[in-house]
Design a protein around this ligand. Structure first.
Ligand SMILES: N[C@@H]1[C@@H](O)[C@H](O)[C@@H](COP(=O)(O)O)O[C@@H]1O
Length: 252
């Protein structure tokens, strides 16, 4: 696992977008990028919208979608992606799981097959404060494929800010599994704020355990973590020095 520590939100967004852009430019023949929702990638998407990079050779696949919400529902991840990226940047094709399907299990299998067929070149990830990645909550087996998952109370509470009321936050989601995510050739995880500090410490310095799903990333060969100082605040002093130096080197 490699990591960089930045001071400000703009730096986090800029360096993360630059890493994605490098990948896009490195694959003029076409590539597949895995995308994430939540507040963590918002700055990255803002940079992407401003850059006006030609992305017509880029296919995107998102990590997850709420069960029961139609693609045009105002709080669906389809709508989130449209508003923050797809309306401005033109991609070859973009996919998310369909949330309002009659058979979410069948939809999970279909999506798993789609993702495996495309193959993800680089996956953008956020992290939940309980260490979840996509919607793989603590306890999810490390080899899980795309599946229907019940959301924990803490995740529903954390995501309430995107909805009007807690009752409106769906209780289930279709999510790429940890095993699906681990198939990505590269992973870029972004985290900011004190809210993420414990999960980040566990992910980087704790043992690999299903109690903190992100710890599986220790076993992936090509992971870059971009953190702000608050998210990095519980790391060892040595890890902090290494992360700050890595950012300084990247900017040279
Ligand atoms: N399914 C998403 C995750 O993909 C995201 O990483 C997490 C953290 O969200 P935020 O970035 O808003 O803190 O929230 C949701 O649960």
């Amino acid at each position: 696992m490699k990591w960089m520590i930045v001071k400000k939100a703009e730096e986090l967004a800029n360096v993360s977008y630059q890493l994605l852009k490098q990948e896009i430019l490195r694959h003029p023949e076409g590539l597949t990028i895995g995308l994430a929702t939540g507040s963590s990638p918002l700055g990255v998407y803002e940079e992407w919208r401003k850059d006006q990079l030609d992305c017509r050779h880029v296919t995107t696949v998102n990590l997850d979608e709420y069960v029961g919400l139609s693609p045009d529902h105002p709080h669906s991840y389809h709508t989130f992606m449209k508003e923050h990226l797809f309306e401005t940047v033109t991609f070859k094709e973009s996919y998310l799981p369909i949330g309002n399907t009659a058979d979410p299990v069948e939809e999970s299998d279909r999506y798993e097959h789609l993702v495996r067929t495309l193959g993800i070149d680089i996956q953008l990830l956020g992290i939940g404060s309980n260490g979840h990645i996509a919607f793989n909550e603590p306890g999810t087996p490390f080899d899980a494929k795309t599946h229907v998952t019940e959301l924990t109370e803490s995740t529903r509470l954390a995501n309430q800010r995107f909805f009007d009321r807690l009752e409106d936050v769906p209780s289930e989601a279709i999510t790429m599994g940890i095993g699906t995510i681990m198939e990505a050739k590269k992973i870029l995880l972004v985290a900011s704020s004190e809210r993420k500090a414990e999960a980040i410490r566990d992910m980087m310095e704790g043992p690999a355990t299903v109690d903190c799903p992100a710890t599986i990333l220790q076993r992936h060969a090509d992971v870059m973590v971009v953190l702000d100082e608050e998210a990095a605040s519980l790391l060892s002093e040595e890890a902090k020095r290494t992360g700050r130096a890595a950012y300084t080197n990247f900017m040279k």
